[in-house]
Design a protein around this ligand. Structure first.
Ligand SMILES: C[S@@+](CC[C@H](N)C(=O)[O-])C[C@H]1O[C@@H](n2cnc3c(N)ncnc32)[C@H](O)[C@@H]1O
Length: 292
């Protein structure tokens, strides 16, 4: 049963509609098992409300977010995001009955002004405006969506999935179990592969970064000396790495990636007064190329 906790849903008729829909569906558990085994069709199985709540919680949804659900069913993910957090929401589904259902549910929850549902193919839906994308689809569908998610979403946007990851090679940033379900979270990484010249630090310092999704590693060079970076991390557009030449004080660089530039963020202990410019980017976006 779809209920946004703490929010009274009015309208017995709509509620009865949801009950009727649920009655035509296999139980969640058996449907899940079939979905995981071999069923290739993206059938309608709703995410239990407590799992929806967990998805939005791990994605840290706020009123500033625009939450998309690709294959939105009865609309519970965008509706809950709007009702609980004041976010805007958008859902697409191929099934016109579910779109009608979702619109009714949005009305009942009092969020029709902030949530929109459209009958359209999720594989042809732009996610450019989303800051959070919800997925409860098979792995094959998530993988098919992946190039679009990576190329269209802004760095730092979150993708939150119920039970099915986005392929084996893009490890989630967070994974939480809730009552035999799994919630996965990914931050869309900035594309940072390439050579970066750092000014404002030791003269002539450059850094060469390799990237595989959010995993980065690299080398720092200055005056012909090179060392591997230590503690290199990327989350969305937030990057940090430490440069430690033998016998010298380690230098922690922490900053934000903005296209071909990195601007410093300098909490205690980090370098100040530097910036970086990418001088030779990877020709193909590294996070996409890293599939092969
Ligand atoms: C497993 S359900 C998830 C429903 C909802 N997101 C939730 O978590 O409660 C998958 C949904 O994808 C929809 N769907 C399947 N193929 C689609 C397509 N090509 N375009 C849009 N929606 C599709 C189905 O109608 C179904 O509602």
């Amino acid at each position: 049963m779809f209920r946004v906790p703490g929010i009274a849903l009015r309208g017995v008729v709509a509620l009865a509609g949801i009950v009727a829909l649920a009655a035509t569906l296999p139980s969640d558990v058996s449907a899940q098992k079939r979905m995981k085994k071999s069923e290739p069709t993206l059938i309608y199985v709703p995410t239990p409300q407590n799992v929806v709540d967990k998805m939005l919680e791990v994605a840290k949804v706020t009123k500033d977010d625009y939450v998309f659900d690709l294959g939105s069913g009865d609309g519970r993910i965008p509706i809950t995001a709007a009702a609980r957090y004041g976010a805007r929401g958008f859902g697409v589904d191929i099934n016109p009955k579910l779109i009608a259902e979702a619109r009714r549910n949005a009305k009942i929850a009092g969020v029709s002004d902030r949530v929109e549902f459209r009958q359209q193919d999720l594989f042809k839906t732009s996610v450019r405006d989303a800051t959070v994308v919800g997925l409860y689809l098979f792995v094959w569908a998530n993988e098919k969506l992946r190039p679009r998610l990576i190329s269209e979403l802004r760095p730092g946007s979150r993708i939150v999935a119920h039970d099915f990851p986005i392929g084996d090679d893009w490890k989630p940033d967070l994974e939480e179990d809730i009552e035999n379900r799994t919630v996965y979270l990914w931050y869309v990484p900035a594309q940072v592969a390439g050579r970066w010249e750092i000014s404002g630090g030791p003269p002539g310092l450059s850094v060469l970064l390799q990237q595989r999704f959010q995993m980065i590693e690299g080398t720092a060079s200055v005056n012909g000396r090179s060392v591997p970076l230590t503690n290199a991390r990327l989350r969305g557009d937030a990057i940090e790495f430490t440069v430690a030449f033998d016998g010298e004080k380690p230098m922690l660089f922490r900053g934000r990636v903005n296209g071909g530039k990195i601007e410093p963020e300098a909490p205690v202990g980090a370098m100040t007064g530097w910036s970086a410019v990418r001088t030779s980017p990877a020709t193909v976006p590294a996070v996409i190329r890293s599939r092969g």
